[in-house]
Design a protein around this ligand. Sequence first.
Ligand SMILES: O=C(O)[C@H]1O[C@H](OP(=O)(O)OP(=O)(O)OC[C@H]2O[C@@H](n3ccc(=O)[nH]c3=O)[C@H](O)[C@@H]2O)[C@H](O)[C@@H](O)[C@@H]1O
Length: 454
Amino acid sequence: MPPSATADTSKTVKLERYNSYLRKIHSTKVLNASSKVLFRATLLVALVLLLLFAFNYHPLSDSRAAASHHLHRRSFLSTGIFSSSSSSAWEKRVRQSSTAKRQHGLSVLVTGAAGFVGSHCSIALRKRGDGVLGFDNFNDYYDTSLKRARQNLLEKQQVFIVEGDLNDGPLLRKLFDIVPFTHVLHLAAQAGVRYAMKNPQSYISSNIAGLVNLLEVAKAANPQPAIVWASSSSVYGLNTENPFSEEHRTDQPASLYAATKKAGEEIAHTYNHIYGLSLTGLRFFTVYGPWGRPDMAYFFFTKAILHGKSIDIYRTQDNQEVARDFTYIDDIVKGCVGALDTAEKSTGSGGKKRGPAQLRVYNLGNTSPVPVGRLVSILEGLLGTKAKKHLIKMPRNGDVPYTHANVSLAYRDFGYKPTTDLATGLRKFVKWYVGYYGIQPRVKKENSHADDSA
Ligand SMILES: O=C(O)[C@H]1O[C@H](OP(=O)(O)OP(=O)(O)OC[C@H]2O[C@@H](n3ccc(=O)[nH]c3=O)[C@H](O)[C@@H]2O)[C@H](O)[C@@H](O)[C@@H]1O
């Protein structure tokens, strides 16, 4: 091979090597660039996925929390406190209302605060410097304007009522998240003995499901509150021993209402036993007074007498008078406050029992039964009007013929001693009634004279 040919060949080889070198560099650059793009794209996709996951993630181990989050939004929407600014204003009201104004004051959640006993107890607690947060669903079992009027009364005492249902777990949990309540005074319930035949489900929903829901929230709260709640004299049902003592039989309820209150006492036992909740049940005996319940006899008798309408006065099947241990509201309030003050702390935490806790049941009555006929004649005297009485055999509607409380247990443990007799208490009721409903001053005048005759 000639030397020039050799030189040419070697030049061509070098050139090719150089070109292939350039191609390699180029392809590496392209590869590098495209892998960078790929890397960035992957990073972006991963980031988007991560964000999507984070927003939608509900831990599998806590599906209830996920569900409750859902409900929470719904209940907050329904109570109009979902937007962040209104929500923080709402939280501020909740906090302010439940903060005690005296040293070592209680912080009490009062359920049924727009109700008869609830409103009186809330005011009494607030007046002595305890923190009180009300809770009420303002249902229309009776005239809701009366409940709203009680709410106004409470607002004047800086007691805020959260509008919600006992069965709204997320809302209740939210309240316990905001406030470490020391006590719950649980008075929200479906009341009334005879109405249970018309609307049985409402008793199950409030007095059983609602109670269980409240206890579920309370047992999981940290700290667990002590709970004082309203049972009823009706749990004695067909008991024939007198006066009724906490040791007597309560396994013969005469109405579904009574059965749900009795069930409540057994449910209380369970939550005390398993979770260490401190629980006190108060058996109220036919509570009456100003701001009372329009579904109760003394209240609708007053209205009927004033309107000249006839009233049914029940007599027993063997033609005896029906009697009740009518108990004035102020005495009941003292009993509720006494029970709260002597309630020991719950012992559980994190939903687990740490030791035995207090479990109590007390009668809160007047210890002096009065026949319904006598109640009517006191009202006649106070109203200055004769009632159109219609005496009939007690219909089979869940009523019992007679109630009479032995209150020695409540007296022993927190000095409960009723001091208002029926005539005095009804005078105060009528005074309130004529004022509230704007009844003619003539009746008021007669009323003040009638005081002595009553
Ligand atoms: O102490 C209780 O455990 C219960 O007291 C009252 O139930 P009740 O005693 O039946 O009170 P009212 O409905 O006001 O009846 C009072 C008396 O009047 C009688 N009555 C009632 C209605 C009527 O038209 N005529 C009549 O003679 C009843 O039989 C009863 O003896 C409350 O309504 C219940 O919520 C409460 O739990």
